[in-house]
Structure formats: structure tokens, C-alpha cells
Write a protein that binds this ligand. Structure first.
Ligand code: UDP
Length: 328
């Protein structure tokens, strides 16, 4: 059985569903602080609670035959992390340490950890490979990098096997249209553009028009949540095949799109025109982040299949079907 922390969240719920579809047994631990009960797959064992709750973790690991953990639970907003760093260190680092403590106590040897391209900081290369130095420029990136470092130490002492997945910009929704992205407040680009195009906001704010990029807006590498989810299953299988695993994989699509390009692509899909309002740069935003996915291709046999257009189209379907997210 796989324990998914944060399985009621955007990415965790997609991975849970895909694992269940492939016949895995899944337990989901989520305190529903940002996740949604309606996103929890009915086939999973759901445990309501906090991944930092030592007593609850005792119960989970005593009662359920967990052999691997996928650890998604985290706060993950760059801008918020700059304003509220302690929230990020407390939740992303402190509570993860509790989880790791209990994994070691109960001899659970396999972990897949959700990390981020924010660990790289301001890159010097155009395509980011996993061996590049890390130097985060925001507390969110620091908090994820700290756990990455802790995992290396735990491998040395306790032999904990892990795969670290550094996500680039995740978007899109499940092909069924039943689960998708629903944050409150929403800060991510694609859902914000689509909400604007649905008429919910007067304009789309673009943070910064003077970055060192061709059109002055930030460039990101967008990856479909279902491609990302598949990578988790490949990573789980890889962990099963490889003892002594401490690999890091970037998960992106090797294609960079500027904020303006995302807005244009969204306008075409929604067949509407966006009203843009430029704002100051958002603190903590690096100008360009694009992944090399070479390593994931070679070692995991994983390639992302869906392009920006399909990411936005599936997100648009989700927003059309669920204009108020999981609140129907
Ligand atoms: N962004 C923007 N307007 C928005 C949301 C995001 O201009 O309403 C920009 C943001 O500054 C960044 C890019 O879009 O350059 C992607 O941001 P997002 O929050 O989606 O993901 P992040 O890169 O922070 O993980």
C-alpha cells in the first residue's frame, strides 16, 4: 500500500487516481487545509489529519501495510513564502521531519518526495540538469532543498531509499474533467488567466515586463499534471527495482513559454481576449526556468506527452465544468 500525503490536493489527487487505476492500494493522509474532500478517490483509504501529527502517524503505520510514501503535503506558493517564511519552514520542513522520523521508526524504506525547480534559484544554464548547483531565492525553494539534504543524510544512516522529483510548472486537469486545480486564493498563472477569460476577474495581472527575456515576461516550463503523475508511477517502479536509490529527477518538458505566450495560447483556446494589467515583479520569481528531462527519459523511461495547448485545453475543460471548483 502506498501512503500519499496531500492526496486531496491538486497533484496528489491525480497521482492517487492513476495509482488506483493501475491496481495499487492507496491510503491518503490530508488535513484538507488546501485540499478537497471531493478530490479524494473513493477507492482510497482516507485519513483526515496532519502529516506532522506523530500520534496519528503511529496509528497509520501500525495499522496499514504501507511500503512506500509519496510525500506531496506542503505549502507551495513562492510569493506567499517570501511574506510568511516561517509558515513554510514549519510546514514543509518541520512536519516533514516528523513524517521521516516515523518512516524510520516503522522501517518504511521507500519515499518519493515532491520537490521543485525553485531549488535552482536563478539558473546560469538555459536547460536545467539535476547536477547544477542549487541556490534557492525564496523560502519555498529553501524549504524543499532542506528536505532534499536531510534525505541524503537519512540514506547514509538508515538506508532510506528515495526519489526526489523536482517539478517545473504543473498545469492541466484529469482527462475525465472530474478533478483539477482549485486553490483559494488562486495564484498560479494558467488558472488565473482562465478565470479571467471566464469573466471572473476584470483583468489578468502580469508580474513584471522587464525581465531579460524576449518579451520581458518570465519564462516557465509547463507540464501536464497527468504526465507528472505518470512520472511518479515510473519513479515508484524505479525505486522498487533499485536498492540504494538517491536519485533526483527534473520533471518538465524542455520547452519554455513566457507569461505572455501562456496568455495568448489561453485566448485562442477560450476564443476570448484577455485584458492585461502589468504589475511590479513578484518577489522570489526567477526570470527563466526550463528543465532538461534527459535524466528522467534515460533512467525512468519517462517522456512528457502533452504540450502547452493540451495543458490549457484540459484546464479550460475543468474550469468550464466546475466554474466554482470543487464547490460545484
Ligand atoms: N504570474 C503572473 N500572473 C499571475 C500568476 C502568475 O504574471 O496571475 C507569473 C509569475 O510571476 C511567474 C509565472 O507567471 O512568472 C508562473 O507563476 P506561477 O505562480 O503559475 O508558478 P511558479 O513559477 O511561481 O511556480
Amino acid at each position: 500500500m502506498i501512503l500519499i500525503t496531500g492526496g486531496a490536493g491538486y497533484i496528489g489527487s491525480h497521482v492517487a487516481r492513476d495509482l488506483l487505476d493501475r491496481g495499487y492500494e492507496v491510503a491518503i493522509l490530508d488535513n484538507l487545509s488546501t485540499g478537497h474532500l471531493d478530490a479524494v478517490d473513493k477507492r482510497a483509504t482516507f485519513i483526515f489529519g496532519d502529516m506532522g501529527d506523530l500520534h496519528l502517524l503511529d496509528q497509520v503505520f501500525k495499522r496499514l501495510p504501507i511500503h512506500a510514501v509519496m510525500h506531496f503535503s506542503a505549502n507551495c506558493l513562492v510569493g506567499e513564502s517570501v511574506k510568511l517564511p516561517l509558515k513554510y519552514y514549519e510546514n514543509n520542513v518541520g512536519k516533514s521531519i516528523n513524517l521521516l522520523n516515523k518512516m524510520i521508526e516503522y522501517n518504511i524504506q521507500h519515499l518519493i518526495f515532491s520537490s521543485t525547480c525553485a531549488t535552482y534559484g536563478i539558473p546560469t544554464e538555459s536547460l536545467l540538469t539535476e547536477d547544477l548547483p542549487t541556490d534557492p531565492i525564496n523560502p519555498y525553494g529553501h524549504s524543499k532543498r532542506m528536505i532534499e539534504m536531510i534525505l541524503k543524510d537519512l540514506f547514509q544512516v538508515y538506508g532510506l531509499n528515495f526519489v526526489i522529483l523536482r517539478y517545473f510548472n504543473v498545469g492541466g486537469a484529469h482527462v475525465s474533467g472530474e478533478i483539477g486545480e482549485d486553490h483559494n486564493p488562486e495564484t498560479h498563472l494558467i488558472p488565473n488567466v482562465l478565470k479571467h477569460l471566464q469573466g471572473k476577474t476584470k483583468y489578468i495581472e502580469i508580474y513584471g515586463d522587464n525581465y531579460p527575456t524576449p518579451d520581458g515576461t518570465c519564462i516557465r516550463d509547463y507540464i501536464h499534471v497527468s504526465d507528472l503523475s505518470n512520472a511518479h508511477i515510473f519513479a515508484l517502479e524505479y525505486l522498487g527495482r533499485n536498492q540504494h536509490c538517491t536519485e533526483i529527477f527534473n520533471l518538465g518538458s524542455e520547452a519554455g513559454y513566457s507569461v505572455l505566450e501562456v496568455v495568448k495560447a489561453s485566448e485562442e483556446i477560450a476564443n476570448k481576449q484577455a485584458l492585461i494589467r502589468y504589475q511590479e515583479r513578484r518577489p522570489g520569481d526567477p526570470p527563466i526556468l526550463v528543465a532538461s528531462s534527459d535524466k528522467a527519459k534515460k533512467l525512468l523511461g519517462w517522456t512528457p506527452k502533452l504540450k502547452l495547448e493540451q495543458i490549457i485545453q484540459s484546464a479550460w475543460n475543468w474550469h468550464q465544468k466546475h466554474p466554482d471548483g470543487f464547490n460545484k
